[in-house]
Write a protein that binds this ligand. Structure first.
Ligand code: GRF
Length: 202
């Protein structure tokens, strides 16, 4: 059984798609973490998944990251999945869960990534660039936005789109396939880091 914890800040479509696709006897969503009450948190509550609200400031009712690390280690969390989480993960948290934090980004990194590149900002930049393909990337999280080793990518044709919204729709469909695929490969212990590249064993 792979114990996963999802970090979210948005509607939760990636959380929902993983929840529906995961083989229940192999992968468990043990908790959901967010910086705010959002659609993804509502989904977690409706499905009786424990929720932790986290803040770097001392907000009432929120965990700080040191407390959150202690809570997640009790589970124990084996894979941390950032699925639309909009805050930079603090360095001490990255160190605690070295090579066990992944993120899904709605573009083909290393292009169209980095601070401020989230949601429609990404798709507008892709549209304005005249690119003919976009896609999704799942990568390891390190201490720089969208910078860790790439685990998997999947592209989609956007040569005929009329605007960034269409790109967003096509990329989100790709995300809903790619993220559960990668997490299942973690559960099967088929993700291998080889120097600066990541291999997915058959
Ligand atoms: C997705 O587009 C994801 O790539 C990005 O944030 C969005 C989250 O959407 N990191 P949702 O909350 O999973 O619907």
């Amino acid at each position: 059984m792979l114990n996963t914890v999802f970090f979210v800040s948005g509607k939760g479509s990636n959380l929902k798609s993983c929840y529906e696709k995961f083989p229940k006897d192999k992968i468990r969503i043990c908790a959901v973490v967010s910086n705010k009450k959002c659609g993804a948190v509502q989904f977690a509550v409706q499905n009786e998944i424990p929720v932790f609200l986290v803040s770097s400031e001392n907000q009432t009712g929120f965990f700080n990251y040191e407390e959150l690390i202690r809570q997640l280690k009790k589970i124990p969390a084996e894979l941390i999945v950032l699925a639309g989480f909009l805050k930079l993960i603090p360095d001490n948290f990255v160190d605690e869960f070295e090579s066990r934090i992944i993120n899904i980004h709605p573009a083909l990194l290393p292009s169209f990534g980095g601070e401020g590149m989230y949601g429609m900002n990404v798709h507008k930049a892709v549209f304005d660039s005249s690119a003919k393909i976009s896609g999704a990337t799942v990568h390891f999280v390190d201490k720089i936005y969208d910078h860790g080793k790439i685990i998997a990518q999947k592209s989609v044709d956007i040569s005929n789109v009329g605007g960034p919204e269409e790109i967003a729709e096509r990329v989100l469909d790709i995300e809903h396939e790619l993220l559960p695929f990668v997490i299942q490969k973690f559960a099967e212990k088929k993700i291998v880091i080889n120097h600066n590249r990541v291999l997915i064993a058959e």
